[in-house]
Design a protein around this ligand. Sequence first.
Ligand code: PEP
Length: 252
Amino acid sequence: METRRPLIAGNWKLYKTNPQAVEAAKQLAQMVGHVSDRDIMIAPPFTALQSVSDIVAGSAIKVGAQNIHWEKEGAFTGEVSGEMLLSAGCSYVIIGHSERRLYFGETDRWVNQKIRAAVRASLIPVMCIGETEEEYEKKNTLSVLDNQIKKGLEDLDFDSLAHLVIAYEPVWAIGTGKTAKSEQAQEVHRYIRSLVEKLFGNGLAKSMRILYGGSVKPENISELMSQPDIDGALVGGASLNPESFSKIVLYR
Ligand code: PEP
């Protein structure tokens, strides 16, 4: 059986000044910097990427960005490229988070371009997908995900996707305290893996890590991680506090 290394990722969103991010990273490095049987990523705001990378360098904690622009450089005021993220110490980048889709008009086409940019810069893309509450209630979850995956990964080949991580985050579960039941999440993860198999083959489907996101807490991580197709978590609110994030990282 294929073993996929678990990945626990924290999305700090629009929180933490530089000194606050440095302090949190120092505490985290003390608590989980030694961990060797799972991968850990934190995604601070752009302004703290370099300083957090300096703090966690040499530990098990890797750094990710929360967004990327598809061009390498140019007249694109306010944007940051993959090459810039790499040079600031990033190894991962979150792409297509539902907050970006909702508030900043991010489309599946942009997601596709951003994944290409991440791959070009040797960053691991974490592509977020998920249905809204309305789509969930209308029982459209699988068709929404189908569309997001097909468009987000359009014309990408096996080699480009070798390290891709998918994060399934039902929008109705983000920051709401509502979590999908672990069996319900498992069913969706299994569907995602079968779709990846159909589109890109069995090898990629077996090795691809699919994270669950949406109100993950120390209290529910173990049950989620006991599901065969859940390979980790993308954590928002509970990642802001080093103590609660460490408990999630150290789940058993
Ligand atoms: C997220 O931002 O990706 C997320 C899942 O947030 P939360 O854990 O707060 O629901």
